[in-house]
Structures are given as structure tokens and as C-alpha cells.
Design a protein around this ligand. Structure first.
Ligand code: NAD
Length: 294
């Protein structure tokens, strides 16, 4: 059984980006620059954004973190995004989700200049993804594709079961896995909260992508021997014995499923790290497109 270790695959992506950035510096060029907006003090969001900023620094990118109050109104957030859209020094913009309820996430997503939309959530970029055109692939599905590439997981002709149909994970990874690309060419079944016979479907899966946000949902009895398991879930589960008072749990019952699988991503240390790798790749891509246009 192969552990699809996100530390190893993400380090490889970061190393190649680091070399590219060092090359840019040697040529006297500016570095790629990511601007991240964090609204409010949600603990998980703070952790994610801090990690994104830290990874930018480790890769040699510039990063700017803009913190806004939980009570900020929508117009003020949109105005911040417009300034970043018009700032020639900024290559990529991300707004950490979720946002407080007075703000429309859809309006925020659509306010970001598609050429700086390194999260790949803008409808223009999603449309390009669906049509198989060059675009910013949302960071988590991109990270999964990079993980499959790194570990040379064969996907062609396989049956992939994707559990979850969200815009940020389930839907885009189902499109990518069914695309005519090296880590694609799967037959994909997309399952969601209204799917009957989920267990029977999962048992047909050569690859299972679990992205539903229910800790330990995928158990050994749902998995075909030799399946490849991609666990996207990240849920904080209370645990008084843990230093922080909680533990991060994936959507897969790891020990029992690992005993049956041919390959599996751990949580933590799997897809989460690859998500950051995907974001860094998108930021470099945004930079290169900007430099080539000017
Ligand atoms: P979401 O809540 O937007 O979507 C969940 C999906 O799961 C829905 O489409 C729903 O229909 C489906 N679902 C829910 N219960 C189900 C059930 N019993 N059977 C079948 N389908 C069911 O969630 P999301 O934003 O896609 O995130 C999913 C999980 O992935 C969460 O744990 C989230 O924290 C995690 N996540 C991890 C990363 C990462 O970097 N590793 C990134 C994004 C999200």
C-alpha cells in the first residue's frame, strides 16, 4: 500500500517553483506576488491563510495579507478587491472563504479580475475548465491532479467515484478526472447527498475521491480491494487530549481503508498540502501571463 504523502509531492512542486523564482531574481526580474484577503477571525481560515502566506515566502514569492474586520460591509470588500485588480504589482488575489453572512460570496468571486483569480472560482475560469481550455484550476482539485502525477497513479480507463459536488472540490475534480488529460480519462460518477446506493457505487470505484466533510464516512466495507483513495475532508473534531483541543479528521476511516487500498492520502499531510502547491502554481502562472502580456 502506497501512502500518497502530500509532504513529498508538495515539496517537489515547491522546489521547482523556488528554482524558477531564483532564476527570475538572477535575471533582475520581480517576484510573483500573491495578495490574500482574510475577513474576520475564523480559526480555521486564519490557519489556512497563514499557511498560504508562509508557503509563498518559502517559495520566494511576495505576499500581502490584508485583514479586514468581521463587520466589514460588502462594498468595502469589493472596493479592496478593485484596488488589487488595478495594482500592477499584484499577480494573484485570493479571498479566504467562508465570508460573513452580510457579504455575497458570489459577488466577491465575480469581482476578482479573472486574470488574477488564482483560486479559479470566477465563472469565466470555471467555464474554461469545463471546455478544457488553459485556466486557473481551483487549488484543491489542482493539488489532487499534481498528487496523482507525482506518484504516477494510473487513471486512464478507471472508474472514479467522487463523493461531493461543491464548486471548490467535487464538481471541478469530477471534470478534471473525466478530461482527456494524462491524469484524467476516467469514467466518473459524481455522488452527493441525494445519491442512493452510495456503498454499491463506491464498491465499483477504482479511485474514490471523498469530499463531503463527514469524518470517517468512507469505511472499509465501501471500498474495493486495491482502490486508490483520495481523502479531501478536513473536519476539526473535539479531542481534549490534543494540545489544541481538537484533531483534524478526514472523510475516510484511514486505518481500515488503508488496509484494503492500493494507495491512500493521509489527513493531515495529504490533499491539504497539495492545495497550497496548486495555489502556488496558479500564482506563478498568473505572474507569467502578466509578464508575457506586458
Ligand atoms: P460542501 O459542504 O460545499 O459540499 C459537500 C458535498 O458533499 C455536497 O455536494 C453534498 O451533496 C455532499 N454530501 C454531504 N453529505 C453527503 C452524504 N451523506 N453522502 C453523499 N454526499 C454527501 O463541502 P466542500 O467545500 O466541498 O468540502 C468538503 C470537505 O473537504 C470538507 O471537509 C472541507 O473542509 C474539505 N476541504 C478540504 C480542502 C483541502 O485543502 N484538503 C479544501 C477544500 C475543502
Amino acid at each position: 500500500m502506497l501512502v500518497l504523502d502530500g509532504k513529498i509531492a508538495a515539496a517537489a512542486v515547491k522546489e521547482s517553483l523556488k528554482l524558477k523564482t531564483a532564476q527570475l531574481a538572477a535575471e533582475g526580474k520581480r517576484k510573483p506576488h500573491l495578495a490574500a484577503i482574510l475577513v474576520g477571525n475564523n480559526g480555521a481560515s486564519e490557519t489556512y491563510v497563514a499557511s498560504k502566506v508562509k508557503n509563498c515566502e518559502e517559495t520566494g514569492f511576495e505576499s500581502t495579507l490584508i485583514r479586514l474586520s468581521e463587520n466589514i460591509d460588502e462594498a468595502a470588500l469589493l472596493s479592496t478587491i478593485h484596488s488589487l485588480n488595478n495594482d500592477p504589482a499584484i499577480d494573484g488575489i485570493l479571498v479566504q472563504l467562508p465570508l460573513p453572512k452580510q457579504i455575497s460570496e458570489q459577488k466577491v468571486i465575480e469581482a476578482i479580475d479573472p486574470s488574477k483569480d488564482v483560486d479559479g472560482f470566477h465563472p469565466i475560469n470555471v467555464g474554461k475548465l469545463v471546455q478544457g481550455l488553459s485556466t486557473f484550476i481551483p487549488a484543491t482539485p489542482y493539488g489532487i491532479m499534481l498528487m496523482l502525477e507525482h506518484f504516477n497513479v494510473q487513471t486512464k480507463g478507471k472508474h472514479a467515484i467522487v463523493i461531493g459536488r461543491s464548486n471548490i472540490v467535487g464538481r471541478p475534480i469530477s471534470i478534471l478526472l473525466s478530461s482527456n488529460v494524462k491524469e484524467g480519462n476516467c469514467t466518473v460518477t459524481v455522488c452527493h447527498s441525494h445519491t442512493p446506493n452510495l456503498k454499491e457505487l463506491c464498491l465499483q470505484g477504482d479511485i474514490i475521491v471523498a469530499a463531503l466533510g463527514r469524518p470517517g464516512f468512507v469505511t472499509a466495507e465501501m471500498v474495493k480491494p486495491g482502490a486508490v483513495i483520495i481523502d479531501v475532508g478536513i473536519t476539526r473534531v473535539e479531542d481534549p487530549t490534543a494540545k489544541k483541543g481538537f484533531r483534524i479528521k478526514g472523510d475516510v476511516a484511514y486505518e481500515e481503508v488503508a488496509a484494503k487500498a492500493s494507495a491512500i492520502t493521509p489527513v493531515p499531510g495529504g490533499v491539504g498540502l497539495m492545495t497550497i502547491a496548486g495555489l502556488l502554481k496558479n500564482t506563478m502562472q498568473a505572474y507569467e501571463q502578466r509578464v508575457n502580456r506586458s
